[in-house]
Write a protein of this length. Structure first.
Length: 137
């Protein structure tokens, strides 16, 4: 059994439909498009979810390729979410590389095994929401 670890980010409201998320030493502006009451100064939360999938799977593929002694030149990973109501009902991930697909396809199972984000979505975590008093850690 692996050790329990935690990661945390914190968001603060920045007016309108905008939030600033602190992730490690980085600030990420999250906003809604003007059509949804935002100012379009940053990606939407759902875009960040798709970005997390695409970036994590990209790095997982690079890891798998390294283990196989390959370099994935021209690697691009695209995540497309299909909305139905207030959620994605489907997310498609597509991979493009300058290597032939016969060289890339065997890397997918390894990448699927080590990609934290897609593993989390496949085995949904327990989600708990609570209110804590201001000033609490």
């Amino acid at each position: 059994m692996s050790a329990v670890e935690q990661r945390a980010v914190a968001a603060r409201w920045d007016g309108g439909m905008r939030a600033v998320v602190r992730a490690g030493p980085f600030d990420i502006i999250v906003d809604e498009p003007e059509s949804a009451g935002g100012t379009n100064l940053g990606p939407q939360p759902t875009d960040l979810l798709l970005a997390s999938i695409a970036s994590c799977f990209t790095l997982a593929l690079v890891y798998a390729a390294g283990k196989a002694g390959l370099e994935l030149t021209g690697l691009r990973v695209r995540a497309v979410g299909t909305y139905q109501g207030m959620r994605f009902t489907r997310i498609d991930v597509s991979i493009t590389s300058e290597l032939p697909s016969e060289a890339v396809e065997p890397l997918i199972p390894v990448a699927e095994r080590v990609c934290y984000v897609t593993n989390t979505l496949r085995r949904l975590p327990q989600l708990r929401v609570e209110v804590v008093p201001a000033g609490a850690p």
